[in-house]
Design a protein around this ligand. Structure first.
Ligand SMILES: CC(=O)SCCNC(=O)CCNC(=O)[C@H](O)C(C)(C)COP(=O)(O)OP(=O)(O)OC[C@H]1O[C@@H](n2cnc3c(N)ncnc32)[C@H](O)[C@@H]1OP(=O)(O)O
Length: 314
């Protein structure tokens, strides 16, 4: 797929004010690891989570309560949560696709969950064994029951900026999926560029489509993959549109097992470098984080793809 096939912008690069503070939603322990072929021992996952909290990250997406056959790497979700050393002031959201997953998460004592919807038909089938419309029959009862149990629920929307099977994804289709999640009770939407094809222009276009449809920009987060080297440019575009929650993965780990060409997430270190340069508060100790990613890279047996990790620890 060429970038021009994803659509050309009506306008480019409008300047907005930057936020003073950003929440980094660290997805390394979940999104970062879910695609690893070799099973990472529970002890390593626990130390990873502990080190990330020690580095100042306050939102750590810990694992997923999905079907273990679909994501074998996260089949140890119960054990990870049972043995997790919880740090004060840190939240540990988990992914739940369905009622079975929510039941498991509730039994494990979670306080924050996330459902993950697809903006396209094909990915809903491949990732959820469902469909664009049918997926809501799975999510809506989950969101309702989670809210009744007092949990906070985030809604991911995957393939917001392009899909490997369907190509361009109309922004209104993305907005329709996102609004249904908000209407069902999600407190925040994370707009996923699952295969990393977004550009600053398409980020603006999708965020604008949400705000034009009456969604507050404060309810939006962004989730970029760095496949085409655009994740930081896309983040800056989102910040200028008023987004203040950014997903990233320590050391740039990551990828989705059900999305062809989904490579590493935006690296948290690269994000922190950008935010520091812009004078935006985030609360993360970069040295401690780089040390953590170098340690994790050793556990996985290959170097971190993060430019900042390589520059500082190289
Ligand atoms: C962009 C991203 O990164 S998203 C994250 C990465 N992708 C994922 O994690 C994929 C997650 N997808 C899935 O886990 C699956 O597609 C599901 C669970 C949503 C749907 O799978 P299906 O096979 O259609 O589930 P279905 O409801 O038919 O149940 C089949 C069996 O799985 C079991 N099951 C279903 N959900 C779960 C769950 N969350 N945990 C454990 N077991 C489960 C059922 O109990 C049933 O068991 P049985 O055969 O013994 O009765």
């Amino acid at each position: 797929m060429g970038v021009r096939e994803l659509g050309l912008p009506e306008r480019i690069g409008s300047e907005g004010p930057l936020p003073t503070e950003v929440t980094i939603w660290e997805v390394g322990p979940r999104d970062g690891l879910q695609n690893e072929a070799e099973i990472v021992p529970v002890e390593v996952k626990l130390e990873f989570l502990d080190r990330l909290a020690g580095a100042g990250l306050t939102t750590l997406e810990a694992t997923s309560f999905v079907h273990p056959k679909w994501v074998p790497q996260l089949a140890d979700a119960e054990e990870v949560l049972a043995r997790l050393r919880r740090h004060d002031g840190v939240r540990y959201p988990v992914l739940v696709p369905n009622e079975r997953g929510l039941g498991r998460a509730l039994a494990a004592g979670v306080t924050h969950v996330a459902v993950f919807a697809s903006a396209t038909e094909t990915f809903a089938r491949r990732n959820l064994n469902s469909g664009l419309d049918a997926q809501f029959a799975m999510f809506e009862p989950v969101i309702g029951r989670a809210r009744e149990a007092g949990l906070d629920v985030r809604g991911y929307v995957s393939m917001c900026f392009g899909d490997p099977w369907e190509g361009a994804v109309p922004p209104e289709q993305v907005v329709a999926v996102g609004k249904r999640l908000l209407d069902a009770g999600c407190s925040q939407l994370s707009l996923g560029d699952t295969i990393g094809v977004a550009t600053a222009a398409s980020v603006e276009r999708v965020i604008d489509a949400f705000t034009e449809a009456g969604v507050a920009v404060g309810d939006l987060a962004v989730h970029f993959h760095d496949t085409y080297g655009q994740a930081l440019a896309n983040t800056l575009a989102a910040l200028r549109r008023g987004v203040t929650t950014v997903d990233s993965s320590a050391g740039g780990l990551g990828g989705c097992p059900y999305a062809e060409s989904a490579t590493g997430n935006l690296a948290t270190e690269d994000l922190v470098w950008l935010l520091d340069g812009l004078g935006i508060k985030h609360g993360v100790d970069l040295d401690a984080l780089v040390e953590t990613s170098v340690w994790m890279a050793r556990q996985l047996g290959r170097p971190s793809p993060s430019r900042v990790v390589r520059a500082l620890a190289g």
